[in-house]
Design a protein around this ligand. Structure first.
Ligand SMILES: [Zn+2]
Length: 415
């Protein structure tokens, strides 16, 4: 790639993508330049085992091709995190979330998408994906209750790079369609959005890009401070859970769950790892009030399989090893992956004699794969898409026994 070719391209197409601008674009967005993915007419992506040159990055901006690039580099580092909301009409939540994250030192850039929106979090310098995700999980945990107060509960988000890529050198992280490109399926260029959710309008693609490059980036100090708080929250756990406080335990799923994409029949988890996960679930999710006897009653008495059968029969849960596997209600696991391989069921439910029912998604593309295993109440809440307090009211109405006796409401498993 020489400057003269770029100049010639710029001149011939009459646009304002100067070499300096393209260099800044490349520096902002490219985690690893090989491979890159190209969107096909049907909206799917194909990996190309070649260098993603500045010519290609320019072609994306001009709408000639549409690129998706890996969300982490080969060493597990990343320059950005992208929060992907696929739920329609979710823009008000994303606008509010952007505002809260900004106050936490995590400014972001909103982009409309085909089904919802993206919130791009650009770092001032590359960070490890693991460090970035610790900060993002902490920021989301702080933001969630505020958004609920405002009546804008967060819908399910997918986070890229996903936990599976975090700190895993050598794996190819999930690709993300770059901003400012044309979606091949719809032919639309989804706009960048202002802090109030209004499309950023500029007369040329170069000026749009300049606007994007001027937006504030997240400083390393903010990432580290939020990550530290996340770890402190975990180290405040009771002594019997002390071994859960190591940073590694946050990101290391039990052996049976570590395989991504999801195996059709996961190997049985050892009782020890399942126990770790379930107990940390109770504690980590404790911030949204496991003090409620209703939550404890639902967790102890209601099977996630029954909830799925009622609210999301499409999950088609089937026995797989010690647990059950089916289609995930929270992300599209039926879609082929970036390499064109067919989708696989990724929603995992398991019962343990001591810890009862728990569940999580096994796909690293899914927000519900982040963090510890969850229990039935959380599933009930997510399937209703309501705040925890609204879900408590719904559960109390649905299962009067849950409020009958506080004594009976405490499951023996949690004593
Ligand atoms: Zn999922």
């Amino acid at each position: 790639m020489t400057t003269s070719i770029l100049d010639a391209l710029g001149a011939s197409s009459g646009d304002d993508l100067t070499p300096m601008l393209l260099a800044a674009w490349q520096k902002l967005i490219v985690n690893r330049s090989q491979p890159y993915a190209v969107q096909q007419k049907d909206g799917s992506y194909r990996w190309v085992e070649e260098q993603c040159t500045r010519d290609l990055l320019a072609a994306h901006l001009r709408g000639e091709i549409t690129l998706a690039l890996a969300s982490a580099d080969a060493q597990g580092g990343c320059k950005w995190v992208c929060l992907d909301a696929d739920t329609p009409d979710t823009l008000p939540q994303l606008v509010a979330l952007r505002g809260v994250l900004m106050k936490l030192g995590m400014p972001g850039v909103l982009e409309a998408s085909r089904r919802g929106g993206h919130l791009w979090l650009f770092f001032a310098q590359p960070v490890s994906a693991r460090e970035a995700l610790l900060a993002v999980v902490q920021a989301l945990a702080l933001a969630r209750p505020r958004l609920e107060e405002w009546g804008l509960p967060l819908s399910p988000l997918e986070v890229y790079p996903s936990t599976g890529a975090a700190g895993t050198a050598g794996t190819l992280a999930h690709a993300m369609r770059l901003p400012l490109g044309v979606h091949r399926l719809t032919g639309e260029r989804y706009p960048l959005l202002s802090a109030t959710g209004k499309p950023i309008q500029r007369p040329s693609i170069g000026l749009q890009l300049r606007w994007l490059l001027r937006q504030p980036r997240i400083r390393l100090q903010a990432v580290q401070a939020l990550g530290q708080k996340r770890l402190q929250t975990l180290s405040a756990l009771p002594p019997q859970h002390a071994r859960l406080t190591s940073p590694a335990s946050l990101w290391t799923p039990p052996a049976a769950l570590a395989v991504a994409p999801a195996p059709v029949t996961p190997a049985p988890a050892s009782p020890a790892t399942v126990a770790d996960d379930s107990s940390s679930a109770a504690l980590a999710e404790g911030m949204i009030g496991t003090h409620s006897p209703v939550i404890r009653w639902v967790d102890a008495h209601i099977s996630p399989l029954d909830l799925l059968a009622e609210y999301f029969p499409d999950s088609e849960m089937k026995q797989a090893g010690r647990g059950y596997l089916g289609w995930c209600p929270f992300h599209d696991d039926r879609a082929p992956d970036d390499r064109g391989r067919p989708g696989r069921p990724s929603f995992y439910v398991v019962w343990d004699r001591r810890y009862g029912w728990s569940w999580r998604c096994l796909s690293t593309n899914c927000m519900q794969s982040l963090g510890p295993m969850r229990h039935a109440f959380r599933l009930f809440q997510l399937l209703h898409e309501v705040s925890p307090s609204a879900a408590i009211r719904l559960a109390a109405a649905r299962w009067p026994l849950a409020t009958a006796s506080p004594e009976n409401a405490v499951p023996t498993e949690t004593r």
